[in-house]
Design a protein around this ligand. Structure first.
Ligand code: 8YV
Length: 313
């Protein structure tokens, strides 16, 4: 039997592409001009899909691969994979948890500091010469000792909360269930937002969490509040967020994820109270090396009949 045939949905760095090419026959969907024609041609031979957290595998893609056995996601989030379609056909799904937790939490903290302390504009104040001609930079907002809410206390939310302890913050959290942690559980996201100066969104996205951060949550966070999102855009009502940022009903927002990314709603570009990042919370060499290895290890394990390292529950 020849090498298993894999459909590659998006690009990977060479250090993943090369070993994948050695082990499998790769079909690169993202390079095809006519994706439908390409899928009609290669889909019937495909036994595995290698995808990314941001790209996933929808029902149509899965249906185009009748011999599909496994979807291996390069990313912890598998919200873009149609799990029902996979379950119905016994297709296995894997992701890359744990290895990216620290980086995502680090970026969340970095975004909080950068936005609260106005560091981007402050750097520009020096670079432009304004410091010498206009004087000291405008005063900013303190971080240490503030009240923080963590919406979604999974691996990443917990790593964020632990880091916030180092800032002497008064931490509370919300999520699917109460956990054995030292921080108070506040089930209602509106109540969590009300007692928070800074609200971190670290929830795994599911249909149930869609727009969980809605107008009411944003109003409760209020004109002194900051929102930090390192999860998925779908967890937030982006229209309501833009309204709140434009009107001053919310002080500021630091966002790594956007509806329709990599396109970003142009309303964001006119705002000075936002910090916009290009969905790169896991984007370090160290973490992407580790994520690629886990993604490849899952495919290797499946096709050599070994237990999957990180199956999705
Ligand atoms: C990645 C992600 O940026 O882990 C996830 O769920 O969205 C990110 O780590 C993405 O999967 C890489 O393209």
């Amino acid at each position: 039997m020849g090498k298993p045939q894999i459909l590659q949905v998006g690009s990977y760095p060479d250090w993943d592409r090369i070993p994948l090419e050695e082990a499998f026959v790769l079909h690169r969907l993202y390079e095809a001009q006519d994706k439908a024609a390409f899928l009609a041609q290669v889909g019937p031979q495909v036994r595995g899909i290698a995808t990314r957290g941001d790209l996933g595998a929808d029902a149509a893609l899965i249906a185009a691969c009748p011999k599909l056995e496994i979807v291996s996601v390069y990313g912890v989030g598998y919200d873009a994979v149609d799990l029902d379609a996979c379950r119905a056909r016994g297709i296995r799904v894997t992701n890359t948890p744990d290895v990216l937790t620290d980086d995502v939490a680090d970026l969340a903290i970095g975004m909080m500091l950068m936005l609260s302390r106005g560091m981007a504009a402050a750097a520009e104040w020096v670079a432009s010469g304004d410091w010498a001609t206009k004087g000291g930079f405008a005063l900013q907002h303190k971080v240490s000792g503030k009240r923080a809410g963590v919406l979604g206390l999974g691996r990443i939310g917990t790593a964020v909360a632990r880091r916030l302890e180092g800032f002497g913050m008064d931490i509370a959290y919300s999520g699917t269930s109460e956990k054995p942690v030292p921080w108070p559980f506040i089930a209602d996201p509106v109540a969590l937002a009300k007692r928070s100066d800074i609200l971190f969104v670290t929830l795994a996205a599911t249909p149930a969490t869609r727009h969980v951060v809605n107008r009411d949550v944003l109003a409760a966070l209020g004109p002194q509040g900051m929102l930090v999102n390192v999860s998925r855009a779908a967890n937030i009502d982006e229209g309501a967020l833009l309204d709140a940022l434009e009107s001053g009903a919310l002080r500021s927002a630091a966002l790594d994820v956007f509806e329709g990314e990599p396109d970003v709603n142009p309303r964001f570009r006119n705002l000075r109270n936002v910090l916009l990042q290009p969905h790169h919370a896991s984007g370090t060499f160290e973490t992407r090396w580790a994520m690629g290895k886990v993604m490849r290890d899952n495919l290797d394990a499946h096709f050599s009949g070994r237990p999957l390292p990180t199956p999705v529950a």
